[in-house]
Design a protein around this ligand. Structure first.
Ligand code: SF4
Length: 424
């Protein structure tokens, strides 16, 4: 056994600091989940299952309470409950190759597990979009059928490399048409009409939330970074579920105050920040301790396109028609599903701004849209930026795809490469 490997096993692990305000987040999440339990049972309250990249603002604008099977699946992963649920879904015939979030949700719903480990109630209806992946559509279609509830799907075109402005405008027309169909769908189901006033109020609050998020995030450019991946993967909760209401804004104001204070005191996430990492992809929820393995090597993750992507600023100050068009345009282009033409310059800009020493790309067995093009991305970054890039094959919710010792070896070799590279 080489010395460094022995060190990782035998020595006391490095302390990775967590924000103090995280305790308020736990309260915020608990309140959200308790309300979800109650509203699912009250006949005059409406709840809807939805997925990432669906504009939750379209639900809050009608006071419809969003339930998020993907978000609940992450709780199953983090609480080490996902494997059992995935294996249950596979026993029903769902293939091992399918997204592990989907299979976690099948197990969580059928087995009626507690919300603290990823359980989720039956909604009044489901809504989704295929803008990120085909999984979302097939997943929600399958579950809507199994639960016998109505379903609305936004068909959002994919902007491939080279899409011109004329084609983009056609895409926007196509999306806008569907937004009007959505208004009819909601009216038929709930009797609630679209309210401009409510829509604007939700939009402004959503934008304020994202503005705060971007400001919080910008402090990660500092050395040492006052905010790590161990904070951001939890802190995205308000962006995922609460854009458009006050609760998330108040919370982010507290987070920003704490981050500013830590930055002024030059307090980093780990005691000795030497190597700054960009991590692309969803984290291994079942193995969040991988951040400690990096910390033991004096490495800290300071940027993740995944967590940043949840907070795009919203179009404000426009007429309703213009706002809807601007929203549709925004929907077409988000970092999580950038094509390679946009993804490479985006990464390279961030590498400069956040003084990144190395990049880890999670080749996620579940998430083909996020994992496609990683070899090209790796080659481009290494060529243009001259920093090492590591590709890891794993899965965000399926622990069968993660071997501790192998991963630690890979982190060690990667950090060694960064070290040599910095010496050059
Ligand atoms: S395929 Fe990727 S984006 Fe789609 S549900 Fe699974 S993890 Fe999420």
């Amino acid at each position: 056994m080489n010395k460094s490997k022995k060190n990782l096993k035998d020595e006391k692990r490095i302390y990775v600091r967590e924000l103090k305000t995280t305790k308020y987040l736990k309260k915020l999440m608990f309140n959200y989940f308790i309300k979800a339990q109650i509203f699912s049972r009250i006949p005059w309250k409406y709840t809807a299952w939805t997925t990432s990249a669906f504009p939750i603002e379209f639900l809050w604008a009608y006071d419809i309470y969003p339930l998020h099977p993907e978000n609940s699946a992450t709780a199953s992963g983090a609480r080490k409950a996902s494997l059992n649920l995935i294996e249950y879904a596979e026993s029903l015939g769902f293939s091992r190759d399918l997204c592990s979030y989907f299979k976690t949700n099948i197990g969580a719903f059928d087995k009626k597990i507690n919300f603290t480990i990823g359980g989720i109630n039956k909604p009044d209806f489901c809504c989704t979009t295929g803008v990120i992946c085909d999984t979302h559509v097939k997943w929600i279609q399958t579950q809507a059928r199994r639960m016998n509830v109505p379903l609305f799907i936004f068909d959002i075109p994919h902007e491939v490399a080279g899409t011109d402005e004329k084609t983009r405008e056609l895409y926007v027309d196509y999306i806008v048409e569907q937004i009007y169909e959505w208004q009819d769908f909601i009216y038929d189901l709930t009797g609630r009409k679209f309210s401009e006033k409510k829509f604007y109020s939700v939009l402004y609050k959503s934008d304020r939330l994202c503005e705060l998020w971007q400001e919080i995030y910008s402090y990660r450019k500092l050395k040492p970074s006052p905010l790590g991946f161990n904070d951001t993967f939890a802190q995205i909760f308000p962006l995922v579920l609460l854009p458009g209401i006050d609760a998330g804004i108040k919370y982010y104001e507290k987070v920003l105050a704490e981050v500013k204070k830590l930055a002024a005191e030059k307090k980093g996430v780990i005691p000795n920040e030497e190597y700054r990492i960009l991590f692309e992809g969803i984290p291994f929820w079942h193995k969040l301790k991988f951040l400690y393995d990096l910390a033991n090597l004096n490495a800290v993750v300071v940027y993740e396109p995944y967590t940043y992507a949840f907070g795009p600023r919203k179009p404000l100050g426009l007429s309703v028609e213009e706002s809807i068009r601007a929203f549709a345009r925004l929907w077409l282009q988000q970092p999580y599903y950038y094509n390679l033409d946009n993804r490479i310059p985006y990464f390279e800009k961030v590498i400069e701004e956040y003084k990144i020493d190395g990049v880890i790309l999670h080749n996620n067995m579940s998430c083909r849209p996020n994992s496609t093009g990683l070899i090209d991305l790796k080659n481009a970054i290494q060529r243009d930026m001259g920093i090492p890039v590591l590709i890891i094959n794993s899965d965000m919710n399926d622990p069968r795809q993660y071997a501790d010792e192998i991963m630690r070896n890979r982190y060690e070799s990667f950090i060694e490469l960064i070290k040599q590279n910095k010496k050059k």
